[in-house]
Structure formats: structure tokens, C-alpha cells
Design a protein around this ligand. Structure first.
Ligand code: OAD
Length: 247
């Protein structure tokens, strides 16, 4: 049983504009590794930061393709957990609700969230690294990277790699929601990758109440109004129940 402060419950009940930023921690209870966790099997020898870059793809496209192919299959096999479902429920209670995510696994939409901004793309989509055309299907002969049917360029995942710019329309909407919100949640993110991480601080500077839900303290923790440290799949459903349970 988590004891949520009464003033927080009141604030949430009355809130009309809430923005949420999520990171890999939200999907941890769905069986997906976070970025700072050790990777699995063959992939333990690599650091995600060394594979998720345009330079890595240029150097060894097959290695990077295979890593994403492995992660795409893992994401496809995963199901949303109670944390994802709790966020979808909050959206039903709040007039303006924006879910900004750094996750590429698509699990927020799978849980029923509608107003989702995917700042780092979506691993289930594949596009041509040369002409930008999306590919719905591709051959996989296991020896080479599949190529674009239109121009022959190498296919790649539709995710944002380190050093690449974020989708501008999504980022602008995220900034707008951050400016407008009364309450901002930072959930399951280590808060070290920009510009996503700066959104929480911007919301706070703008007068929003800042709430952190994370397994461990983060660099953001000293600045938040309320911090709950534990599993988002346990804390978020309990919070939803405490605020809207009787509705
Ligand atoms: P990280 O792996 O950096 O951080 C995940 C956070 O979730 C950590 O602070 C964990 O303590 C916390 N955590 C783990 N399990 C949790 C649980 N069950 N409930 C709540 N919190 C939990 O992931 P992100 O912050 O998402 O970027 O990483 C940000 C970006 O850096 C990623 O989108 C990716 C990465 O490298 C790109 O690929 C561009």
C-alpha cells in the first residue's frame, strides 16, 4: 500500500492538462531491457550507445540491422504492463493529456494511449536510409541488410540514432504540451538523454508540479515536487486507483 500525499491526489483530480515523459523503465516490466541494463546473449559485448549511431550503421550495417531485428522481435512479442495501462486510464480522466515517450516499442499505443508523441521513432517501422521511403516488407537472407525496392538503398529502423535530429513536429508538440501542462510526470527514464530530459525541467520552471516515478533516484530527483521510487507498473496503478478509483 503506497501512501500518496493528499495534496497530490487533489491536484491530480482537478488537473486539466497533464504531460508525461516516459523512458525504457516503463517497459522493463514487459520484459524489455532498459538502455543502462546489461544487454542479452550475443549483444552483451556491445553497448547500445555504440550501436545506435549513424556511424555504427555506416561501419557495420549488418550488425546494427541485426541488433534492431532482434529488438523488433522482442518488442513485438512483448505486452503492455500495468504501468502502460494506468497511463492510458489517466488519459480518459484528463481533458488534455499528452504522453511523450522516448520508447520505440509501441507499447503505450498497444495499451490504449491515444495522444502519444514518439520522440525517438518506432522500431516496428523500417525505411530506406537513402530515399526515406517506408518499407512494409523486406526479404531477410540473413547474410546482408535488406535493400529498398525503389532505390536499392539499405533499409534501417525508423528510430532516432545518437547524433540525429528528433522528428520536429513531434518535438514541437512535446514542447507545447510541456509549456501548457499543470502537472508533468517523468517516468522510468534516467533523464540523461537530451532534449527529452530537459522537458521536465522546463515544465517545472513554467510552474508545473513535477512528479517522478522511477526505480532509482535520478539527476532530476532533487528538483521534483513528488518522487516515488519503485516499479512504475505498481506505483501508477495504485496512483490511478487513489485518485480516480471511486469515479
Ligand atoms: P535508461 O535505460 O537510461 O533509464 C531507464 C530508467 O528506468 C532507469 O533510471 C531505471 O532505474 C528505471 N527503471 C528500470 N526499471 C523500472 C521500472 N520497472 N519502473 C520504473 N523505473 C524503472 O532509459 P531512458 O531514460 O529511456 O535513446 O533512455 C533514454 C534514451 O537513451 C533512449 O531513448 C535511448 C537511450 O540510449 C536513443 O536510442 C536515441
Amino acid at each position: 500500500m503506497i501512501n500518496f500525499p493528499a495534496d497530490l491526489l487533489q491536484l491530480l483530480k482537478k488537473a486539466e492538462r497533464i504531460a508525461v515523459l516516459t523512458g525504457a523503465g516503463v517497459s522493463q516490466e514487459s520484459g524489455l531491457r532498459t538502455f543502462r541494463d546489461e544487454q542479452e546473449g550475443f549483444w552483451t559485448q556491445y553497448k547500445p550507445e555504440d550501436l545506435a549511431t549513424p556511424e555504427a550503421f555506416e561501419r557495420n550495417p549488418k550488425l546494427v540491422w541485426d541488433w534492431y531485428a532482434f529488438r523488433r522481435e522482442t518488442a513485438r512479442a512483448a505486452n503492455p504492463n500495468p504501468g502502460h495501462f494506468a497511463l492510458a486510464q489517466i488519459e480518459n480522466h484528463v481533458p488534455e493529456f499528452t504522453l511523450i515517450t522516448q520508447n520505440v516499442d509501441g507499447l503505450h499505443r498497444a495499451a490504449g494511449s491515444v495522444n502519444v508523441l514518439e520522440l525517438h521513432g518506432n522500431i516496428t517501422r523500417v525505411l530506406c536510409s537513402k530515399c526515406g521511403e517506408y518499407a512494409q516488407t523486406w526479404g531477410d537472407d540473413s547474410t546482408s541488410v535488406p535493400v529498398c525496392a525503389l532505390c536499392g538503398g539499405l533499409l534501417r529502423p525508423d528510430v532516432v540514432w545518437f547524433g540525429e535530429s528528433l522528428p520536429q513536429a513531434e518535438l514541437q508538440k512535446a514542447v507545447n504540451a510541456t509549456r501548457a501542462c499543470q502537472i508533468f510526470f517523468s517516468i522510468g527514464t534516467s533523464g540523461v538523454v537530451q532534449p527529452a530530459a530537459s522537458l521536465a525541467r522546463a515544465a517545472h520552471a513554467n510552474g508545473a508540479t513535477l512528479i517522478e516515478v522511477n526505480a532509482d533516484p535520478t539527476p532530476l530527483t532533487p528538483s521534483v515536487d513528488f518522487a516515488f521510487h519503485g516499479k512504475s507498473g505498481e506505483i501508477l496503478p495504485a496512483l490511478v486507483n487513489a485518485v480516480w478509483g471511486a469515479d
